[in-house]
Structures are given as C-alpha cells and as structure tokens.
Ligand binder design. Structure first.
Ligand code: 5CU
Length: 370
C-alpha cells in the first residue's frame, strides 16, 4: 500500500470566527478596503500601523481561509491524503474572558464537524480559551477527547499573558499531558519592531515572518525548558512550528549556557536529574518540516530524530504571488519547496522520507478513527 501524506500545519478560520473578525475595528480584523477586491485580513500586531505602508493592509482573505472544500481541493492538488487542521493565529487570544469559553467550544465543535464532513481526510488541533480562568481552560481540555477528530491543541507563545514558563500554566500542562493531547506551538507576536530597524517596513512581511516568527517560537520553548516544564510533565508532547525556529541549531549553545551559568536559578536548576535540551528534543518535541530547505530538514531530523519530523504546508498562507485566485489546480511554490527539501534531505532513504511525509504523523498523532 502506498504510504500516506499528512499535512500537520494547515489552518482554517471557521465562518463564525470570520464573522467576529468582520465586526472588529482593532487588530485582528477583516476589512473590505477596495470595492470589487477581496477583503483584507489584518492579524499581526502593528499590522494596521499606517506608517508601515507595505504591511498596513494585511493580506487578501478569500474562501481558502474559511471554506473547507477549498482545503480539500488544495489537498487533492498537492497529493495530500490527510490534513490536521487548526485555527489560524491569533486564535482566541484577543477575546474577553467572558467570551472565550463559548467561542472555544463553538470553534472546536465547528472544526470537528468539518472533519466529520470529510471522513478519513481531516483531523484537528483544537483551540483553548486562554483568556478565561484556568478552570475553564482545563474544562475545555477535558472535553476535547469527546470530539472524534481532535488530537491536540494549537496555541501561541503568550500563554495566560506571561509566556509559557508561567507556573500558572501547570494545570493546563497537566491536563494536556493527562489527555495525551499534543500542543502545536505556533508563533504570532514576533519580535518588537525596533529590532528590525528604521527601514524594517521597507521589507514588507519578510523580517517578521522569516525571523520574528521562528525566534519567537525559539524563545518560548526555551523558556519552557529553562523553567522545568518538561521535568514536571515528562510526557508532554509539543509540536514546534517551522522546524522549531532556531532551536535545533542553537540547542548545543543553550545546553552549554545552562551548564556554565552560576546564576541560572530556581528549583528546576538545582535538580540533579535535570533533563538536557537534547533529551527533551528527542522525547517531548516534534518538529514540523515547514522550513523550505534541505539543510533545515536535516537539522530538524538530527536534533529530534527523523521519526519526529512531520510534513506541513502552512496553507492557506503563502499562496503563489500571482494567479492564486480561482486557480485551484496550480501547485504552490511554498508546498513544492517543502516536498523537495524532504526528498533532498533523505536522498535514497525512502523510508525516512515517507515517515516524515506521513507515517510519523499517523503514528504520533494517532490518525485513525476506529
Ligand atoms: O503570513 C502570515 O502572516 C502568516 C500568519 O499570520 N500565520 C501563519 O501561520 N503563517 C503566515
């Protein structure tokens, strides 16, 4: 039997979520700017800053962002058998604490229903009501296994507002570990725009997306490691977007800094049996292969093992610059680049390439329904 191709990094905004974005006047929002042209999706912090001419208008949003049939067409065009769909950023982070619980349930139910409409083709990562009290978050985590297709949750780097090393998150990590739900850790907030300098805006979204996103993920997961999250929750599973940002490359330096820092403090630092960064990478971390280069895929596979790297596309982001609209048959450069990177990284070792393309996801995320 031919091995299956599974996309673990692919997003959707259910229609009720888009309706909320349409009512908003602050980021995140959806705006009709030019009559006859697609609406614009404005989601990133500062993206509506009028002084940043090149990014101020966000990106066009068409049905590929909310119509699940478009996702299936995209999958068919690119030979993808199964997609693990997740709400796109900024998830539910911006909601008031009173709205978060209800919308989390609605969004998670809606995404699960999308999967139900295409049996065997779709699974899901749910979203958490992170602005609600932690009991509410934990309640939603314990409800998720009742949704037939949900295998984990997607979340950003802010946690409850203080990042992922916040001890207040322990009940959340505990519930996720208990329910065997993988965290898909995905960036959104980037880096302060000052680090990109006064000319940053001249380069469009290149600096925030190519560097801000991966560094944000790297810092967030490093804070989890340093604060002992993986020592307290040794079975926690975290899928890092964009091949872990720069973690595979910097893991050695991180481990060395830990070993040489007399001021690395806190109870976690004193535990004799502190788990090394390498151990965590090979036990708790999964890395997607959304890195667009052979070198990046090899680094991911070296750091975490080729049995822990998983193909992804980032659909519907990064469409072809021209001709995307109405051209469902057209293959996307962002996808073909990732396919090629995997093929080149493993060369004649077809087994490893097939595992990264699908086998790993099926095994690690339990992508069967019987
Ligand atoms: O292009 C972008 O801004 C994005 C985004 O916001 N989220 C994502 O997953 N990919 C690209």
């Amino acid at each position: 039997m031919a091995s299956k191709i599974v996309d673990v990094h692919t997003h959707v905004y259910p229609p009720q979520y888009v309706s909320i974005l349409k009512t908003r006047s602050k980021v995140p929002y959806v705006r009709d700017t030019v009559p006859g042209q697609p609406s614009r999706l404005i989601i990133l912090p500062g993206e509506d800053d009028p002084s940043s001419e090149s990014t101020a208008k966000g990106r066009p949003i068409g049905p590929e962002y909310y119509d699940i049939n478009k996702k299936i067409k995209f999958m068919n065009t690119h030979g993808i058998d199964i997609s693990v769909i997740s709400l796109a950023n900024p998830w539910l982070d911006f909601l008031d604490r009173d709205e978060a619980k209800g919308l989390a349930r609605d969004v998670n139910d809606a995404i699960n229903s999308m999967c139900d409409a295409h049996p065997g083709r779709l699974f899901a990562f749910g979203a958490l009501p992170l602005s609600a009290p932690s009991e509410v978050i934990v309640e939603e985590i314990h409800r998720l296994p009742s949704l037939k297709y949900t295998r984990g949750i997607i979340m950003g780097t802010s946690g409850l507002g203080n990042g992922l090393d916040d001890p207040e998150l322990d009940p959340v990590y505990q519930a996720l570990e208990q329910e065997n739900l993988t965290i898909f850790l995905h960036p959104h907030y980037g880096l302060p725009k000052e680090v990109f300098g006064p000319r940053g805006a001249d380069y469009g979204h290149v600096l925030p997306l190519a560097l801000g996103f991966p560094l944000e993920t790297t810092i967030a997961v490093t804070r989890m490691i340093l604060s002992g999250v993986f020592d307290r929750f040794p079975k926690l599973s975290v899928l890092l977007a964009h091949s872990g940002g720069t973690l595979p490359f910097l893991a050695g330096r991180l481990e060395s800094c830990i070993l040489h820092d007399a001021h690395y403090s806190g109870p976690e630092a004193k535990v004799e049996s502190r788990r090394s960064v390498w151990d965590i990478l090979k036990t708790n971390i999964l890395l997607d292969a959304v890195v667009y280069s052979e070198l990046g895929v090899r680094a991911a596979a070296t750091a975490s093992g080729a049995d822990r790297v998983l193909f992804g596309t980032d659909h519907p982001f990064f469409p072809p610059l021209e001709g995307a609209e109405g051209e469902e048959e057209q293959k996307w450069l962002s996808v073909t680049t990732n396919y090629k990177a995997i093929g080149d990284a493993f060369g004649p070792d077809k087994e490893q390439a097939e595992a990264v393309l699908g086998g790993n996801a099926i095994r690690l995320l339990r992508l069967t329904t019987d």
